[in-house]
Design a protein around this ligand. Structure first.
Ligand SMILES: [Zn+2]
Ligand SMILES: [Zn+2]
Length: 329
């Protein structure tokens, strides 16, 4: 018992290793850019001031969004989705799967729940003893159900979901800008160093590595940011991209897609002045989301006989992704 508790504590400490690596790389990049590049190598004072100002704006926004993504706890479903003690007892007493499903179906009638399991049953979390709201998933690392869960990020040791998805998008954006700023300002000096015009070996090493590491991160972040912009504008989470959500009538890959502008506003909110800052401004409470067929009630071509969205192409089998992300569905 004591041993397993110690092992769990050690495992929790191990989760912080990737975060520590990121922090160390960022601290080193700050030192290499400010001290070695701006202070030692740059000779023009105006250039030095302009570069340092731009760098600190980028660095500040990057740190702010990084901290907010890292420190904002994922939000869990409200108490209405939790089974009451009497319902829980009734549920546990029933032996048959069909009877259990019937109990959950009756409880879910008063909840805004539309998504189902692949077999058409109500989505229930046995760990948290609750009916999962639409787009909510259980994270086995955080050991809780997370509203509009996107993925568990090992580099931030946090779940990315409804509470911090905007911060995560800004973190990707400002990280990319930070790397691009370093690459674009250091490259002329990098070329001079490469051609052997500057000889201080310590400075040379720092600046060479700074350019290479920043360029490498910039390429990776570029792919990641464009992928998440595509997810944001089509109103999908990474989990929904991997495994299409199921409804009463079957899977619907674009069920939450209500148009590019509305999709963007769901995450960034209506206040334009808050868009660039990692301050929470997302719409809704994370428990229910507008559905495509509700928004397009005047467009019968999108709906089937039950008033639900017709199943569209690119359906992915949910069985194919079970081991990809730390999620129980
Ligand atoms: Zn759970
Ligand atoms: Zn998690």
């Amino acid at each position: 018992m004591l041993l397993s508790a110690c092992l769990r504590r050690c495992a929790r400490l191990l989760y912080w290793i990737p975060v520590t690596i990121i922090i160390m790389v960022v601290m080193w990049s700050y030192y290499a850019y400010v001290v070695h590049f701006c202070w030692i190598l740059l000779t023009c004072a105006t250039q030095r001031v302009v570069f340092l100002c731009l760098f600190h704006v980028c660095f500040g926004m990057f740190l702010w969004s990084f901290w907010k993504t890292l420190s904002t706890p994922p939000s869990s479903p409200s108490v209405e989705f939790q089974l009451s003690s009497s319902d829980s007892m009734l549920y546990e007493q029933e032996m048959g799967g069909l009877e259990k499903s019937q109990i959950l179906l009756e409880i879910s009638q008063k909840l805004p729940v539309h998504t189902r399991t692949a077999t058409g049953a109500i989505r229930f979390c046995h760990h948290c003893q609750l009916i999962k709201p639409d787009r909510c998933h259980h994270c086995s690392v955080c050991q809780m159900c997370v509203l509009k869960m996107d993925h568990h990020c090992p580099w931030l040791n946090n779940c990315i979901g409804f509470s911090n998805y905007k911060f995560f998008m800004l973190f990707l954006l400002y990280s990319l800008l930070y790397c691009l700023l370093i690459v674009s300002t250091v490259t002329p000096t990098f070329i001079e160093l490469w051609l052997g015009k500057l000889f201080d070996s310590c400075v040379k090493l720092h600046v060479l590595f700074l350019t290479l590491v920043s360029a490498m991160f910039a390429v990776t972040l570029c792919f990641l940011l464009f992928f998440h912009i595509w997810l944001l504008t089509s109103n999908k989470t990474t989990l929904e991209w991997l495994s299409v959500p199921f409804f009463v009538d079957g899977p619907a890959s674009e069920a939450f897609d209500v148009g590019v502008r509305a999709n963007f506003l769901q995450v960034f909110g209506k206040k334009k002045s808050l868009w660039p800052f990692p301050v929470f401004s997302s719409e809704g409470d994370g428990h229910s989301f507008p559905l495509r067929w509700q928004m397009s009630s005047h467009s019968p071509s999108l709906m089937n006989g039950n008033g639900h969205c017709a199943v569209e192409g690119s359906v992915v089998s949910p069985e194919g992704v079970s081991a990809t992300i730390a999620v129980d569905d």
